[in-house]
Design a protein around this ligand. Structure first.
Ligand code: ADP
Ligand code: MG
Length: 367
């Protein structure tokens, strides 16, 4: 755990850049510091590895005050990733990644071997190993920056706007890859961003800072969306808050999944109308995987693929209320189709029941 204990930083002649910050970043979790430009995010981060000294207060790593540690040793325990990757321009990609291991006294051969393995972990192939940073795209450089931070297998990672300098499409990919990686490696991470969507997507918990480095709110993404602490946080989160909240609310057993009859392709109009509960009927394949809805009233001949309405989305158990809502809204029947992990039909949920589940999820999120 990384603990900020009442930390204040005042630069000479200025107002506090960070004031009275108390915050715990739990072990194995990703904590995001988010806030407007100049609110003290970078200052907070750099106090952890002592690139900046606090004016008052302490920072503890797993209970140990950082001020008492040897600076060089402290920094080797902490991976550090910055915005433009900060790679050494005159060193190749693998040499860059191997830097920390070499500083830690690892022999050249083993250090380079580990570096090559790390390259693949961050989604790059060996083709890049002997290139120089200027021969890489921004996104590739960021991946190398992450690999370099991981090279000494640190328990802690500090990441300062690691994905901000790349275009939105690449940023999305880097975020997805990083989430996957973090699920495997489970580092204790503090990441800084000014992008609330990135914070909500990546953070196990999100700390919203306001100018002067004061903590406005610390919460899970779900709780932040459901109950922002004040007008500043609500404004910073921005629009579609209520709707985005549904993406974090689970679809659980409080939402009734009713039985839904279905027929196979080739069913006659009579067969279809006999088992239908209303005008809309579901068609499934031999494994009972949904194919689409069809209108029993319009059916004149045995059911063919061309009769199917393919607009409805499906939701798997364990999905989010947002997916359930979409499944119900997109089905011509108004019933959202629920499947299991293998895609087999479990039943349907009614739109009115989805709305009830949403109301109770919001209720559960209130104090
Ligand atoms: N070395 C410095 N000397 C004086 N003021 C600084 C220095 N670094 C940052 N600041 C000021 O401290 C405040 C917080 O900066 P910073 O931590 O970089 O914010 P953020 O990363 O949230 O954009 C800003 O007002 C900035 O101008
Ligand atoms: Mg900054």
């Amino acid at each position: 755990m990384i603990l900020f204990d009442d930390v204040t930083k005042t630069y000479p002649g200025g107002a506090p850049a960070v004031e009275g910050l108390t915050l715990a970043a739990p072990t194995g979790r990703l904590t995001v510091l988010v806030g407007p430009s100049g609110c003290g995010k970078t200052t907070s981060l750099r106090m952890v590895n002592r690139l900046i000294a606090p004016t008052s207060g302490r920072i503890l790593l797993d209970g140990e005050p950082t001020e008492a540690m040897d600076v060089a040793k402290l920094r080797r325990r902490i991976g550090y990733v910055i915005q433009h990757a900060g790679l050494f321009p005159h060193r190749t990609v693998v040499q860059n990644i191997a830097t920390t291991a070499r500083l830690n006294g690892v022999a050249k051969g083993p250090a380079l071997k580990t570096a090559r393995e790390l390259l693949e972990r961050v989604g790059l192939t060996q083709v890049f190993a002997d290139r120089y940073p200027y021969q890489l795209s921004g996104g590739q450089q960021q991946r190398v920056g992450v690999a370099r931070a991981l090279a000494a297998d640190p328990k802690f990672m500090l990441m300062d706007e690691p994905f901000s300098a790349v275009d939105p499409v690449v940023r999305g990919q880097l975020q997805d890859e990083f989430l996957r990686l973090q699920r495997e490696i489970g580092k204790t991470i503090i990441m800084v961003t000014h992008d609330i969507d990135e914070a909500l997507k990546l953070g196990d918990q999100v700390a919203v800072l306001r100018t002067g480095g004061k903590l406005a709110q610390l919460a899970t993404p779900r709780d932040l969306l459901a109950r922002p602490a004040d007008a500043f946080v609500a404004d910073f989160i921005g629009r579609d808050r209520g709707y985005r909240f549904l993406g974090f609310a689970e679809f659980d057993d409080t939402l009734p999944v009713g039985p839904e009859p279905s027929v196979s392709l080739g069913a006659t109009p009579d067969e279809a109308r006999r088992s239908a509960t209303d005008r809309w009927m579901l068609a499934t394949d031999a494994a009972r995987r949904p194919l689409g809805w069809f209108d029993t009233a319009a059916l004149r001949a045995p059911l063919r693929e061309g009769d199917l309405n393919l607009s409805g989305t499906l939701v798997a158990t364990g999905g989010t209320l947002r997916q359930v809502l979409d499944a119900a809204l997109s089905a011509p029947s108004g019933r959202g189709v629920v499947v299991d992990a293998a895609g087999v039909l479990l039943g349907t949920v009614r739109l009115s029941d989805v709305v009830t589940a949403i109301e109770s999820a919001r209720g559960g999120a209130r104090p």
